[in-house]
Design a protein around this ligand. Sequence first.
Ligand code: AMP
Ligand code: GLY
Length: 422
Amino acid sequence: MRVLVVGSGAREHAIAVSLAQDPGVTALACAPGNAGTAAVSEQLGLDVSDNDALVALARSWEADLVVIGPEVPLVNGAADAVRDDGIPCFGPSREAARIEGSKAFAKSVMTAAGVPTASSVVVDTPAHLDTALSVFTPPYVVKDDGLAAGKGVVVSSDVEVARAHALSLLEAGHPALLESFLDGPEVSLFCLVDGSTVVPLLPAQDFKRVGDGGTGPNTGGMGAYCPLPWAGDDLAEDLADRIVRPVAAEMERRGTPFSGLLYAGLALTSNGPAVIEFNCRFGDPETQAVLALLRTPLAQLLHATATGALAEQDPPEWADGAAVTVVVAADGYPATPRLGDVITGAEGDGVLHAGTRRREDGAVVSSGGRVLSVVGTGADLAAARADAYARLEPVRLAGSHHRTDIGLDAERGEVSVPAARA
Ligand code: AMP
Ligand code: GLY
């Protein structure tokens, strides 16, 4: 099988590494890829927002399967374009990708499916803001009702901070979504979905804030670990039954079945699991940890999903133990990352590239806010953490920063679901 991966992050590097290990994959390419994917796959030039260019590339390269990583091309109909050309594609249609592209759409699907989520109000003019805010109690949650790469959310107990964020969104012409705060630990559950069949992967936890201890602004994700030692073995199937299968059934009922990777971002609250958001693609950086433990050949799973044959597959098999990924971010990330700095020591196993490119003189330099995603594995979370931080040791990038506490609370047994309220 000839597989073309679209995207250029560490998620795509992780997908490419897994695909390269699949004996069923005879040729592998990334478009546009990065300095790291070049080590495991052919690199093909592509503007991922240009659907016609993608179809032409998939056809000329004779792809048997196209795997689309990022949300932007999916929301832009890239998967429809590829499928319309007769090429199997892993990724949802434009219509189904609205589950991520429009938070209001996602809320309407969840309401119809009876799936718990935060209560919410969309505000589209400053005149309605104060009345809307008065309905909520702290902490306040204010979001951009559209794609914002994980950075459009402010969670604050200070009403003035919440107000200011909502006003800045409105001034930029974006409706603001106000939400009730969900307490409890977060879980990222990735499910392969081919319309009706839903197959959950290992649950993971992502670290959204930039600083240790959950301080500083939200980012696209600073690290992740899986599985969750504080959760029971049946968590993934339980969440699939309660949350993801009803949503997949509702999407089918609407005539917009979901095909690809449906990512439920959940909070395990004192009132039971509730959805924070859905994403229409693999999450970054959780994918780097989850795929590190996958033993089933990845191309087989993705092709079965793309062709509606998921029900005929055996359940995915997993390595024992744990995986941890730590993101190395550029100076200034998440606000204004400094780019173009030389990176050394990033050739080792487990060092996945995100915002990197090879300069004409051969040096690898930073080209994005999240630069590397270093993956460690081990017999348990403590061993996987130690492995990840050891692999990070030789990496040098001027001004870079990373969190030192990825998975630490879980390793110490300090993560738990809050007790049910009376
Ligand atoms: P999102 O972009 O919707 O995934 O939100 C980014 C992060 O903000 C989430 O991972 C949570 O940590 C936090 N967050 C978003 N919505 C809520 C909510 N309703 N309650 C608590 N935390 C939230
Ligand atoms: N890990 C967060 C995201 O991929 O949106």
